[in-house]
Write a protein that binds this ligand. Structure first.
Ligand SMILES: Cc1cc2nc3c(=O)[nH]c(=O)nc-3n(C[C@H](O)[C@H](O)[C@H](O)COP(=O)(O)O)c2cc1C
Length: 310
């Protein structure tokens, strides 16, 4: 489409009132007040938050602060994020679980999915929210209430402030929850796709293209077969790798043959890779890294990766 752009007014809920925005579709399970029932609410504003380099991995959830989900997290600190495959019936259940105002007991009366015990519940003395048997993937999470000092936030009818910046009650109507990922559960067929490699037919069929439009309809498109595009085949030239290797704070050196084995490493990761090799060399009393040592390091790395994936 080569039309010129037109500016559109930015309103509340701009991600659907002022734009189209790709989003996941999830059902989040939390415990009701007396912990006897898991209630499921529909949520899309749920994204990876800490993805590396921290003590733990985390998601962030943006949520109405008077919802059952917000209350469940504030009271009990636990939730399960359930990803279900696309179907018209499944989408209709998500829309039904997105209707505000019902109590957990009212919501769960006609619920068509089957809640089952979570993996966390096997390790905990306290009741934990259940997960959905029909989900293809589930994240079991704990709210990190100490972040932004939100540990004293409580369930109230109305929130007058002061508000937190990014965790707990963050505005008159809103809450954000940073959720540590305790477990990721994936159905075997899709686990194999992650561990052994994805193809056009084992790609997890999760819906990502939905929106509430015209204050009238919830729209969602079906999952379509994915297409694969290879990573760009670009090489960094050898002289820039030699330069980076010389600048490392070490007396370990690399032969050119060794450096040639990493010409395809993207530039932002080059220093990290070189430092990893030097660390291995220092631990193993090696002063000159040749192609042979690079192979040993690469084999060690892929063995570690395989172990991690299991
Ligand atoms: C598909 C879908 C996605 C939704 N995503 C969100 C969201 O990310 N955040 C939010 O606050 N409300 C969202 N809503 C609205 C909530 O589902 C609604 O407030 C509902 O009452 C929450 O249920 P609960 O009170 O049981 O937690 C969504 C609704 C639908 C239908």
């Amino acid at each position: 489409m080569k039309d010129r752009f037109e500016e559109i007014i930015i309103k509340d809920n701009f991600y659907q009132s002022s734009s189209f925005f790709p989003m996941p579709l999830t059902l989040i399970g939390t415990l009701n007040e007396d912990k006897t029932l898991t209630s499921f609410g529909s949520y899309s504003l749920i994204f990876p938050y800490y993805i590396a380099g921290k003590q733990y991995y985390a998601m962030v959830l943006e949520c109405r602060n008077t919802s059952n989900t917000a209350k469940g997290i504030l009271r009990h600190g636990k939730c399960t994020i359930n990803f279900l495959p696309y179907s018209k019936k499944n989408f209709a259940q998500h829309v039904a679980c997105g209707f505000p105002g019902d109590t957990p007991e009212e919501k769960m009366k006609d619920f068509r999915f089957h809640p089952v015990d979570s993996f966390s519940s096997k390790e905990s003395k306290e009741p934990c929210p259940k997960i959905l048997e029909e989900a293809l993937q589930v994240f079991e999470c704990t709210w990190m209430k100490e972040l932004d000092h939100a540990e004293n936030d409580q369930v109230l009818d109305e929130y007058e402030g002061p508000y937190h910046d990014f965790n707990g009650i963050t505005s008159k109507f809103g809450a954000h929850f940073i959720l540590r990922i305790d477990k990721i559960l994936v159905k075997p067929f899709y686990k194999e796709a992650i561990v052994e490699g994805a193809t056009r037919s084992n790609f997890c069929p999760l819906p990502t293209n939905w929106g509430y439009r015209d204050s009238k309809y919830f729209w969602c498109s079906d999952f379509a077969k994915p297409h694969a595009i290879g990573i760009p085949d670009r090489e960094v030239d050898l002289s820039s790798i030699q330069y980076a290797a010389k600048r490392l704070n070490t007396d370990v050196t690399f032969t050119d043959d060794a450096l040639k084995t990493i010409v395809k490493v993207p530039r932002p990761f080059l220093k990290l890779v070189l430092q990893g090799c030097v660390k291995w060399a220092e631990e193993n009393g090696v002063k000159v890294i040749t192609e042979k040592e690079m192979k040993i390091i690469a084999d060690k790395r892929s063995a570690e990766k395989k172990k991690k994936k299991k």
